[in-house]
Design a protein around this ligand. Structure first.
Ligand SMILES: [Ca+2]
Ligand SMILES: [Ca+2]
Ligand SMILES: [Ca+2]
Ligand SMILES: [Ca+2]
Length: 689
């Protein structure tokens, strides 16, 4: 949902503000309750072959903020009844606090008929994230991330621990978001630009109920040795992370987003996100996330917003359609390109659909909610150079302007569940739905016509049963399977091998992640992966090798001339902060294969050369010799941050055939470099005749 910035109040908040002034009660004008909810479904359009049905509605569920579906097909919801109660005039509507509720269809008619309050406490308010992992539930609610455990299996939390703390963005849509379980057995999560920093608690156990109060904490130092905060060293704004299940070994995977609402991780370990524009600028973006990439919401060096640069560009005649590129600093060296711009929006939940129940166009694709245009849609991708290009394909939408999809999840049967916050507005510190008795919230199921909900029985005691469960499209199921298989180690190898030798690359990748983690078998499976005909498997192998801290140099050597530029992209990233004397030469070989057009590849090279520009760039200069006056070489020079960069930039700028815009493009590169070499280059340019 969208934060209302000073500009946003006018453009985004208007829907709810208008309603509030006309109707103090402000209930959904189309009616309240299950019958009204069912009748509103008649206006919904759904992708061909699919149907939408009502799973739950008020009063069973109100204002669902985030959702997860467990291995039994039960729907877990964090409610936002007390949304913004700490500062809005409607105040606390539910003194017992917001609920985390489990909704269940006990009699099998496709409609929820049982609700269990897993947890309710005033210390949890409109939690932006929920992730069900066995008997543990991770709840993201700035300033804390809680782990709630149901120790006796009655569906109610018995124990509360703090996983992370010290996060800003309390009572804000841009704080810490949902956790997801990755194919590597790690947790992935993100926070928007109000999250600001991440702390480890010194004591994790806290009482089950009540305010946590002040707790001892220490800043998170990530695996790169950086303190995780937004001060620009190097991280800024919204960030995305990976860590172990216990919160240790934090990696800051990418940064400089505005409100990257959730992260989705596919079976190859590739990350996908959306990001919200500054409200009213029609600049929502979908991102394929390059690990360790800067995504350019603020100026990398100064931290400045984009308005000034855009105003300047506009006076020089930049067309309106380039504004979105300025918004995300896409013309700056060191900023990763966006996958897709989707216009105005309030992006929310996201997932990667690796099931086989929806029509084929949705297989292996990102599925995403956008509450402003009231749509759930997919972005089918095709590889394009070292990155991707994407289209949009709608799944669910309606003209009913109270439909506000806040989250989407895959159930064990491969169907989708969609949470509907249901309001005239899209959050952003406001709501029309201010009266508890009439407060709405809906959960829909989207599935092929006539396909009844089901949850396959699991057998997690045996390796074949676990390998079966590992192939589930449902994340909560995969978590159970993964952890059992990981515990079985070599006892599961035979059955994992069958999956590894199968046809579906994503299922093979899931097996590979576990096979390569059987003690003593690491290098055998990594090397098999690196020789695989499928480029995504080679990429997965390299990513596993990085995580397992295997010596990467021989691996990058074997892949440095790979036929797939995506594999070479991954090689560049693998060289990041590698101190081997062989790293510069390998980077130079990768850089020499840049085609002068592929910005994804260029940025991957930049990520790989971080902190080692001088040696890497020198190696590249020796590699290309005098052949550095062509588009590819000029691109590398423009992106580079070496002591030799300024003189080379100056010599490009002196080329009389450059257009003024091209000259400006190269000049901009100098803003990212400091030191005497830059001063000398500037003097040279100023005194040029
Ligand atoms: Ca039922
Ligand atoms: Ca319990
Ligand atoms: Ca979600
Ligand atoms: Ca509502």
């Amino acid at each position: 949902m969208k934060t209302i910035s000073s500009k946003g109040i006018v453009s985004i908040g208007c829907a709810s503000l208008a309603i509030l002034s006309h109707n103090a009660l402000a209930a959904n004008p189309a009616g309240v309750g299950p019958e009204a909810a069912r009748s509103s479904l008649r206006s919904f359009s759904v992708a061909e072959g699919l149907e939408v049905s009502l799973f739950a509605s008020e009063p069973m569920v109100r204002n669902p903020a985030d959702m997860d579906v467990d291995a039994r097909g039960r729907v877990w919801v964090t409610e936002g009844v007390n949304y913004r109660s700490s500062f809005q005039k409607w105040g606390v509507l539910q003194p017992q606090g917001d609920r985390i509720v489990i909704l269940e269809d006990a009699n099998g008619d496709g409609v929820a008929d049982k609700e269990t309050v897993f947890y309710q406490d005033p210390s949890v308010n409109t939690a932006l994230g929920i992730c069900v992992l066995g008997n543990k539930v991770i709840v993201s609610d700035s300033p804390h991330v809680f782990v709630l455990t149901d120790t006796d299996g009655d569906g109610k939390a018995d124990k509360r621990e703090v996983l992370f703390t010290g996060i800003s963005g309390r009572d804000h849509d841009h704080g810490v978001h949902a956790f997801v379980f990755g194919p590597d057995g790690k947790l992935y999560f993100n926070m928007g630009n109000e999250g600001k920093q991440l702390y480890h608690p010194l004591v994790t156990d806290v009482p089950l109920h009540g305010e946590v109060g002040k707790i001892e904490m220490k800043p998170v130092i990530d695996l790169d040795g950086n303190e995780v905060n937004n001060h620009g060293h190097p991280y800024r704004m919204g960030m995305v992370f990976r860590c172990d299940l216990d919160g240790s070994h934090v990696e800051t995977l990418a940064w400089n987003f505005r409100n990257n609402y959730e992260v989705a991780v596919d079976s190859f370990g590739t990350l996908w996100q959306s990001d919200n524009d500054d409200d009213g600028n029609r600049g929502v973006r979908i991102n394929y996330v390059l690990e360790f990439g800067n995504y350019g919401y603020a100026d990398e060096i100064t931290g400045a917003g984009w308005g000034e640069a855009w105003t300047k560009a506009k006076t020089k005649g930049a067309p309106e359609e380039t504004k979105v590129f300025y918004e995300w600093h896409q013309y700056d060296p060191g900023v990763v390109p966006n996958l897709l711009h989707t216009g105005a929006g309030s992006p929310t939940g996201i997932l990667i659909y690796e099931g086989r129940v929806l029509p084929q166009i949705f297989w292996n694709q990102v599925i995403h909610c956008d509450a402003l245009p009231r749509i759930v849609r997919a972005y089918p991708v095709q590889a394009s150079g070292a990155g991707y290009k994407a289209e949009t394909k709608d799944i669910l939408t309606t003209p009913d302007n109270w439909f506000r999809p806040s989250d989407v999840c895959v159930a064990p049967d491969g169907s989708l569940y969609v949470a509907d916050w249901n309001d005239a507005g899209v959050g952003g510190h406001n709501m029309a739905d201010q009266k508890l008795d009439a407060m709405t919230g809906r959960i829909y199921r989207v599935a092929p016509r006539g396909k009844r909900a089901s949850a396959p029985a699991l057998n997690l005691k045996t390796a074949p049963g676990c390998v079966e469960a590992l192939q589930s499209p449902n994340q909560a199921t995969r978590y159970l399977a993964w952890t059992s298989l990981h515990d079985m180690e070599s006892r599961a190898e035979k059955d994992l091998l069958k999956l590894w030798q199968g046809k579906d690359p994503r299922m093979r990748a899931r097996a590979l992640q576990l096979l390569a983690r059987i003690q003593g078998q690491e290098s055998k499976y990594i090397s098999a992966a690196l020789k695989d005909p499928n480029s995504d498997i080679r990429i997965t192998g390299l990513r596993i090798a990085r995580q397992l801290k295997v010596d990467l140099i021989p691996l990058v050597k074997s892949l440095a001339h790979d036929t797939s530029v995506q594999v070479r992209r991954e090689c560049a990233i693998a060289l990041r902060h590698n101190s081997s004397p062989e790293a510069p030469k390998l980077w130079a070989q990768l850089a020499a294969q840049h085609d002068g057009r592929d910005r994804w590849y260029l940025e991957a090279l930049g990520i790989g050369a971080d902190r080692q520009w001088d040696s890497f760039f020198d190696a590249w200069l020796s590699e290309v010799g005098r052949q550095c006056n062509n588009p590819a070489a000029r691109d590398i020079i423009w992106r580079s941050r070496s002591k030799k960069t300024p003189a080379l930039i100056a010599s490009i700028i002196k080329d009389k055939s450059l257009t003024p815009a091209e000259r400006e493009h190269y000049f901009r590169s100098l803003d990212f470099i400091s030191g005497p070499e830059k001063e000398a280059a500037l003097v040279e340019l100023l005194t040029e005749k």
